[in-house]
Design a protein around this ligand. Structure first.
Ligand SMILES: NC(=O)c1ccc[n+]([C@@H]2O[C@H](COP(=O)([O-])OP(=O)(O)OC[C@H]3O[C@@H](n4cnc5c(N)ncnc54)[C@H](O)[C@@H]3O)[C@@H](O)[C@H]2O)c1
Ligand SMILES: [Zn+2]
Ligand SMILES: [Zn+2]
Length: 346
């Protein structure tokens, strides 16, 4: 089969590799029908994630058709159309039982395209197939379901639910990439009074408006603190969501929050950020962090299936499976191309 193989920083190739086989009774082999590229794949390609070594097949998001299953698989069968999520669920460890499979101790968690071969391939081996896949409902395009493999549960769990968004809240979201836009989508389900989207790129702020932010602030030219304070009688946001992953945006999210407010960090950080406890100790704030667990995937599947969430809005570009070079190029130059999610289908 063919797959997109990582060959060290800056090097990848769509090349012939052995087709995966069932290695444990709980595995399934899934034919990839649709896959996509995540910002994390770009980090890996830059060499920022040394766990990923030469020869690894990239990708952690897919919708596909089950080709074969191991003897221990009970609910998934050949021919089933399934969502392959970025988080694999062993189902039996302490964290899986508590709904925190992102921290799985039994060999799951985020492993695709990281610790094991991933989904940017014609076929993928899916461990713990019963607990790590979701049936694709009829009548919804595969590419819409694909948005549930990573961005929608990530922003919903780590941003919206960790941040405790409630009706009437003023929600400030720093970063309007796919994750920030997913956070807008999830926050809207709770009827906030205002969603303030903050980004350096006007193209991303236009997308934020389309996704439902009623106020947008370009923090290159305008002061987001001023914007949020003028909405809240000087207090600040009830919930501030960080969806970028650099020190400045974490520090901004903390500043944006009101006394007693909640700050939900989603961004993956590579450098230390400063928590100004000399200012914050007295403000009763709550800060949360997290890796997605995917406990919300069944809920989000219902919301996408019923049309409450329009997952198709994220898709800006479509390619064939063998066009990974073009797809990565368009995705990596999102500022110029306007790319949000690029979809590759067989
Ligand atoms: N916690 C998790 O489980 C999890 C899962 C997936 C992704 N993430 C992380 O979420 C973050 C966002 O992901 P994405 O795919 O949307 O990324 P992205 O790079 O597409 O979007 C980031 C946005 O932030 C904006 N930005 C950059 N610097 C800024 C600044 N100083 N002020 C305001 N805006 C700024 C950019 O213009 C861009 O629109 C990344 O750090 C990603 O690694 C976390
Ligand atoms: Zn991802
Ligand atoms: Zn587990």
């Amino acid at each position: 089969m063919r797959a997109l193989v990582y060959h060290g920083p800056g090097a990848k190739a769509w090349e012939e590799v052995p087709k995966p086989e069932i290695t444990v009774g709980t595995d399934a082999i899934v034919r990839v029908d649709t896959t996509t590229i995540c910002g994390t794949d770009l980090h890996i390609l830059k060499g920022d994630v040394p766990v990923v070594t030469d020869g690894r097949i990239l990708g952690h998001e897919a919708v596909g058709t089950v080709e074969s299953v191991g003897r221990g698989v009970q609910t998934v069968k050949p021919g089933d159309r399934v969502l392959v999520s970025c988080v694999t669920v062993c189902g039996t460890c302490r964290f899986c039982r508590e709904g925190h499979s992102g921290q799985c101790l039994g060999g799951g968690g985020w492993i695709f395209g990281y610790k094991i071969d991933g989904t940017q391939a014609e076929y993928v081996r899916v461990p713990f197939a019963d607990t790590s896949t979701y049936p694709v409902p009829d009548g919804v395009p595969d590419e819409h379901i694909l948005m549930l493999a990573d961005i929608l549960p990530t922003a919903y769990e780590v941003g919206v639910l960790n941040g405790g968004v409630r009706p009437g809240d003023v929600v400030a979201i720093v970063g309007s990439g796919p994750i920030g836009l997913s956070a807008i989508t999830g926050a809207r389900l709770f009827s906030p009074s205002h969603i303030v989207a903050i980004d350096l790129a006007d193209s991303r702020l236009e997308a934020a408006k389309r996704f439902g932010a009623d106020i947008t602030v370009n923090n290159r030219t305008d002061d987001p603190l001023e914007a949020v304070r003028s909405l809240t009688g000087g207090l600040g946001a009830d919930v501030a969501i960080e969806a970028v992953g650099v020190p400045a945006t974490f520090e901004l999210a903390v500043e944006l929050s009101r006394p007693g407010g909640r700050i939900a960090n989603i961004g993956v950080h590579g450098e230390p950020a400063t928590l100004h406890l000399e200012e914050q100790w007295i403000r009763n704030i709550t800060i949360t962090t997290g890796l997605v667990d995917t406990y919300s995937t069944p809920t989000l599947l219902r919301l996408v299936t019923s049309g409450q969430i329009d997952a198709g809005r994220f898709i800006t570009h479509r390619f064939a499976l063998d066009e990974f070079d073009e797809a990565y190029d368009v995705f990596a130059r999102a500022g110029e191309t306007g790319a949000l999610k690029v979809v590759l289908s067989r």
